[in-house]
Design a protein around this ligand. Structure first.
Ligand code: UGA
Length: 435
């Protein structure tokens, strides 16, 4: 099958490459010439484990190609996926900015040949696919096409396995013919018994927001429970086990931390609130989750301050991990981008390390941060260590070495990687979240 992927951002590149791995012929299109030149040279603009190998393999086997020329990629395609960015609008009102989606629709319209399905892959407000259909019809009344929605549920850092072994695939379609095309696209998964949930277009569009909002609620819930645990002297990890083993609740996304970040939860919760308000309804639980998430970051600043004896002024803090989660170099909405400036403002000196994110971090964080070559370099002469992101390499630190390097043995574990007893035995003043 011939597939065109418009947009070689995170979603487009992973999805396009995985479709090629399925055996389809995929052309990935992007307007940014430098990006396409880079991809053609086998260089991947983002860090996602396994993606580089998969891109190289599929390019070499002739199933995956990159181009800036949309007009060449469209006529051959049976399915065209739109995976361009939908950032929060610059108006600052929480709406998703659909400029790139509509521009892509307009351009696609003029090059369509034969029956084609145009699928929104980007996370878009309910009603967007219908707008795409309207635009294509206006631009090219003769075009033979259907629109569809096929939201993605990929986690950064685990995107390839999420794609190859999904819990389900959701397709929102308006005709049997377009459903057949999408089932053909996902045939390899269908053969592996992956459930395909076929819905209306609007339901599929909303399902994506509902899934992310629900996960954000789950995280904010456990973060609030962590605060309650601290107040009453309970342990949130045991509590999470105690509730998570109930199959109705589930044990995933019950890890407390410094608040959720990334390019999805913060953006999608806000966008959902706006979509719902436009229809005269509200999602108060989601609003509360967003509030709790902001409060969680502030709570982490206070936790660090308290562990430093009430003031961070003049103190050196080692930060381990800067990205919003491990196995990515993505700094978008990373808790570090809120917590670190708050500490710097009050006179702290920050020495930071991250295995993959330091280059990105420099664009998001104040200049005064010192970036260190290794986690141990960061710990040297520190008054406290803050474990901000749970990269694997921070899970087995040489605690004796860390302690010997530090000025004061204070360890603030915002991801609950270590056990309090182990840390106390190693001579640290230790705190986690909710313990
Ligand atoms: C999220 C969803 O998990 C994907 O299903 C979805 O496709 C994607 O957004 C998207 O909309 O594109 P992602 O943002 O890559 O994926 O990362 P997650 O693993 O979901 O983590 C998001 C944030 O929540 C991170 O900051 C993470 O540290 C935090 N988190 C996650 C917790 O604090 N506790 C948890 O138990 C789980």
């Amino acid at each position: 099958m011939n597939i065109t992927m418009i947009g070689t951002g995170y979603v487009g590149l992973v999805t396009g490459t995985c479709f090629a791995e399925f055996g389809h012929h995929v052309t990935c299109v992007d307007k940014i010439e430098a990006k396409i030149t880079q991809l053609k040279a086998g260089k991947i603009p983002i860090y996602e484990p396994g993606l580089d190998l998969l891109v190289t393999k599929n390019v070499n086997e002739g199933r995956l190609q990159f181009t800036t020329q949309l007009e060449k990629a469209i006529p051959e395609a049976e399915a065209i996926f739109i995976a361009v960015g939908t950032p929060t609008s610059r108006r600052g009102d929480g709406y998703a900015d659909l400029t790139y989606i509509y521009a892509a629709a307009k351009e696609v319209a003029h090059h369509l040949k034969g029956y084609t399905v145009i699928i929104d892959k980007s996370t878009v407000p309910v009603g967007t696919a219908r707008q795409v259909a309207r635009i294509i019809k206006e631009e090219n009344p003769e075009a033979d096409f259907n629109v569809a929605s096929n939201p993605e549920f990929l986690r950064e850092g685990a995107a390839i396995s999420d794609f190859m072994r999904p819990d389900r695939v959701v397709i929102g379609v308006e005709s049997d013919r377009s459903e057949q095309v999408l089932r053909e696209v996902y045939k390899p998964l269908f053969l592996r018994d992956t459930p395909i949930v076929s819905t209306t277009i609007e339901t599929a569009e909303l399902t994506k927001y509902a899934a992310n909002a629900f996960l954000a609620v789950k995280i904010s819930f456990i973060n609030e429970m962590a605060a309650v645990c601290e107040a009453v002297g309970a342990n949130v990890s045991d509590l999470a086990k105690g509730i998570g083993m109930d199959g109705r609740i589930g044990n995933k996304f019950l890890h407390p931390g410094p608040g959720y970040g990334g390019s999805c939860f913060p953006k999608d919760t806000l966008a959902l609130m706006r979509i719902v308000q436009e229809h005269g309804e509200s999602v108060r639980i989601v609003e509360a989750a967003v509030e709790v998430n902001a409060a969680q970051k502030a709570r982490m600043v206070k936790k660090i301050r308290d562990m430093l004896g009430g003031s961070e002024s003049g103190k050196t803090i080692a930060i381990l991990g800067l990205t919003f989660k491990p196995e990515t170099d993505d700094m978008r909405e990373a808790p570090a981008a809120t917590i670190l400036p708050a500490l710097l403002e009050k006179g702290a000196h920050i020495k930071a390390h991250d295995p993959k994110g330091m280059k990105e971090a420099k664009e998001y964080l104040p200049e005064s941060i010192e970036y260190m070559e290794s986690s141990y370099d960061a710990c040297k002469d520190a008054d406290a260590v803050v474990l901000m992101t749970e990269w694997n390499q921070y899970r087995a630190l040489d605690l004796e070495r860390v302690k010997a390097l530090m000025k004061e043995p204070v360890f603030i574990d915002l991801r609950n990687v270590y056990e309090a007893e182990t840390m106390k035995a190693a001579g640290f003043r230790y705190t986690g979240v909710g313990k």
